[in-house]
Design a protein around this ligand. Structure first.
Ligand code: 5GP
Length: 190
């Protein structure tokens, strides 16, 4: 059996990565397994532990780092985020295309370890629109919104490290473009 792809999906906070992902993730033709990250960030209202993230304390996260349990990790606006290693290789060996939704620093680490990873960066139609989306979400206090916007401007400078850049102006179109890219890469794997 052919090993599955490793797909990295990045983009600034608020760009709509999760919304776009939800549109293509369950397409059986794409054969995707979503890698659930570990984070020390507090759970938002609608999030579910073990579905959106594995929510842990900073101490638990630091223990996972010490135990070498993570493929990569990074700090983002005061919290840890990381990819548990255990499932990624297992699922790829079972032929699944494993999707990581991670920020740019972690993406750089994965690209070094796995140069054949398929990397996709989602950009907003404009920075004003990004700000509007982050504010509309109403999940963070103003101070954190400001930090996320500053971080977003820095992240946008890193898009050159990705194979593909997709604008999320229209959610369906962005999802369709990403599906097409994944299908094309699956064909190239054969
Ligand atoms: P949020 O707090 O908005 O859920 O996530 C903040 C940022 O962390 C987003 O850019 C998200 O993609 C990223 N992120 C989520 N999981 C991981 C992970 O496992 N590793 C890294 N490096 N970033 C992650």
């Amino acid at each position: 059996m052919k090993k599955g792809l490793l797909i990295i999906l990045s983009g600034p906070s608020g760009v709509g990565k999760g919304t776009v992902r939800a549109r293509f993730q369950n397409d059986p033709k794409l054969n995707i397994a979503y890698s659930i990250s570990m984070t020390s960030r507090a759970k938002r209202n609608k999030e579910v532990d073990g579905v959106d993230y594995f929510f842990v304390t900073r101490a638990q996260f630091e223990q996972a780092i010490k135990n070498d349990e993570l493929l990569e990790y990074a700090e983002f606006v005061g919290n840890y985020y990381g990819t548990p290693l255990a499932n990624v290789e297992k699922l790829r060996n079972e032929g699944k295309n494993v999707l990581l939704e991670i920020e740019v620093e972690g993406a750089g680490k994965v690209q070094k370890k796995c140069p054949d990873a398929l990397s996709i960066f989602i950009i907003p139609p404009s920075m004003d629109e990004l700000e509007r989306r982050i504010r509309n979400r109403k999940t963070e206090p103003e101070e954190i919104v400001q930090q996320r916007l500053a971080k977003a401007a820095k992240e946008m400078q890193m898009l050159g490290q990705y194979k593909y850049v997709i604008c999320n102006d229209d959610i369906d179109l962005a999802a369709e473009l990403i599906s097409t890219i994944i299908k094309r890469h699956m064909e190239m794997q054969r």
